[in-house]
Design a protein around this ligand. Structure first.
Ligand code: FES
Length: 149
């Protein structure tokens, strides 16, 4: 049995230790906001916060999460109470197809958790692992900068 905290609630799961965290969250806990993209740790679509850091979960074994805190896009806010970054995403009409955006928001949240006033280059560096096929990068950057200032 593997126990951890998921979006503020203590949870446990009885599953093979090497099951990627992404599939535990999506299939076992039915939280579908985190997406499967490359499956190789390259695109960032599957990003979740683990103890406040943005982690790619498609190749992250669930056993490594034991005793840790996981936050998914569902844990950042909700339609009635968006996080500041989620509101900035809306205000800047960031999403195009939207597929990568939960991962983008997770990485942006991790950035601002660690650095309330990131420079342009620090935003670029923190977000460089999250790929967007629609090319929404300028709007992502603007939304982060709006919250950071
Ligand atoms: Fe995990 Fe691409 S799906 S990094």
């Amino acid at each position: 049995m593997i126990t951890f905290e998921l979006n503020g609630e203590a949870v446990e799961v009885d599953i093979a230790a090497d099951t990627p965290l992404l599939w535990v969250v999506r299939d076992h806990f039915k939280l579908k906001g985190s997406k499967f993209g490359c499956g190789m740790g390259l695109c960032g679509a599957c990003s979740m916060l683990v103890d406040g850091q943005s982690i790619r979960t498609c190749n992250f074994p669930v056993a490594a999460i034991s005793g840790r805190k996981v936050t998914t896009i569902e844990g950042l806010g909700n339609p009635e109470r968006l996080s500041a970054l989620q509101q900035a995403w809306v205000d800047n009409s960031v999403a195009q197809c939207g597929y990568c955006q939960s991962g983008q928001l997770i990485s942006a949240t991790a950035l601002l958790n660690n650095n309330l006033n990131p420079s342009d280059s620090e935003i670029d560096e923190a977000m460089s692992g999250n790929i967007c096929r629609c090319g929404t990068y300028p709007r992502i950057k603007k939304a982060i900068a709006d919250v950071a200032k």
